[in-house]
Design a protein around this ligand. Sequence first.
Ligand code: SAH
Length: 368
Amino acid sequence: MLSDPIQISPSRQLTNLLAMDWSAMRDWVSTLGWPAYRTRQILCWLYQKRILNITEMTDLSLSDRSHLQSIATITRASNVTIRQATDGTKKFLLELTDGLEVESVLIPEDDRLTLCVSTQVGCTLDCGFCLTGQMGLKRNLKAHEIVNQVLTVQDHVASSSRLTSLVFMGMGEPLANMEEVSEAIKRLTNRDWGVGFSPRRITVSTAGLASRLREVAPLGVNLAISLNATTDKQRHELMPAINTLHPLSHLLKACRDYPLKTGRRLTFEYVLLAGINDSMADAKRIPKLLNGIRCKINLIPFNEFHGSLYKRPSAQSIGQFQMILRRAGLDVFIRKSRGRDVLGACGQLGDLQVGNLNNKRSSKEYGK
Ligand code: SAH
């Protein structure tokens, strides 16, 4: 049961409705002596209408609403800070109930509106090219804290548009927090009472927790794997924790064994670091490593941050790298870096000290 009571006074605890999963809500509704259909009603208010106040549940009688208010609450992030980059990307900093902050990045592009969500505060792993990795792990996010990122940002864009895609590529390693990530995805994809996202529009990215890849399959979402190197020596230097646990051979075996549905393919991400993993020899090794795996490749030119050891390769060498892979018959894309001036691009999340904090606003200010 994912219930998470919130202490508001020593004598009285309010239950956060968002912290309950479907079965916890069902049991709770039944304990209150309410009819079973009330479970769906309440969940629809939370996830489809995104209400912030129990008084808005207009299909509950006034007395039921007032009883609910006396025992429960709807608690999202308490403070939300938005930093807008010159390219239109927005980084959202959401303050959690324990005072920690989590980051989500909204990326508008053509007819798409993608939200990059976080799954941990900090990260379990220690990848040397990623700023989040340098924070260490503060804690795992709860399912509702993951879903709340989506609800809060959807509220923010509500008047003009809808989020079209979700990528689990923000702070943290999703597969190291798989239980909460799975529960969050269930609430985000449920069409009956949940947010109703198509699983095809959701991508979960892993640094390579090979033993847990299979757990992603039943969720029906897309899986991306951060390859980032072409030899174990190189990968060990760049991603020591994950490559010690699962060297390239393990990882690629897990990818080959992954129960990929017809018409779907895996995505391999490859962060390009000048002079480190961007040689022509690296490019030539990739098709051999990925031989027989239905996939596409996203090249991510390194996004620099204060104190980073690595450099982004020149546009010319990125182009050459892509060309070699294309000639080998692979589908290769270069990911545009978005939001770099607010540290909102891949690998730049976690430096809460940097940037302009003057536009701090309460979540209510831009509510529905
Ligand atoms: N832990 C997960 C998801 C978060 S990182 C994972 O590793 O996949 C999301 C993507 O950003 C990964 O592919 C990662 O390799 C890449 N990345 C991390 N730091 C980066 C940086 N500074 N520049 C460019 N890409 C980076």
